[in-house]
Design a protein. Structure first.
Length: 190
């Protein structure tokens, strides 16, 4: 065979086969493949580093969330445990006044009444400081089933139906929530 009779071997994809490529071209292709491989390996290493960094950030964020949740749970437990501390502290002077009143053996009825009224004022003040407010509707006030409990309906001439006639027992709110509804009688329809 002479040089012009170079045999061309077809490949499966129709591209020229290895017999068609010169050694220089083959070396250039190998160098290009090695460069592509080095670039791919470099990119793979970069992605692995980025993945490790993101994994570490995720784990730190998870730990921070768990720590925050634990701290919040601890604070809630302490708040529940000591929630009545302020309330109890404000009632101590009332207890002291009652004990002092009971210690007096020879008090006149006027002195006893005066002491009881002063103690009641202390108690009401302590309740108000702790946001415990009275529900004491005036006669003629519209009946509110959220704050009042009707004990009976009574005839009330000259008064509109479903209005408070009398308060039998005061109710109380604590922070705008009904602690105990006021017991009332209500005007019956005529």
């Amino acid at each position: 065979m002479n040089a012009d009779d170079t045999k061309i071997e077809p490949t499966l994809d129709g591209a020229p086969g290895p017999a068609d490529i010169s050694p220089e071209e083959s070396e250039a292709a190998a160098a290009a493949n090695e460069a592509d491989l080095a670039a791919s390996l470099s990119e793979l290493e970069s992605l692995r580093n980025k993945n490790a960094e993101l994994t570490e950030q995720y784990l730190r964020a998870q730990a921070e969330v768990q720590n925050t949740r634990r701290r919040a749970d601890d604070e809630m437990a302490k708040a529940r445990k000591f929630a009545v501390e302020s309330f109890a502290e404000s009632l101590l002077p009332v207890a002291d006044s009652l004990e002092a009143g009971l210690a007096i053996k020879e008090g006149t009825p006027e002195q006893i009444r005066e002491g009881a009224e002063a103690t009641l004022r202390q108690l009401k003040s302590a309740l108000e400081r702790n946001k415990v407010l009275e529900i004491n509707p005036a006669a003629g006030t519209k009946f509110d089933p959220h704050q009042h409990q009707a004990i009976s309906m009574v005839p009330a001439p000259g008064q509109e139906a479903n209005t408070v006639v009398a308060v039998l027992q005061k109710g109380y709110l604590i922070a705008e929530r009904v602690l105990r509804p006021a017991l009332v009688t209500v005007a019956a329809p005529q």
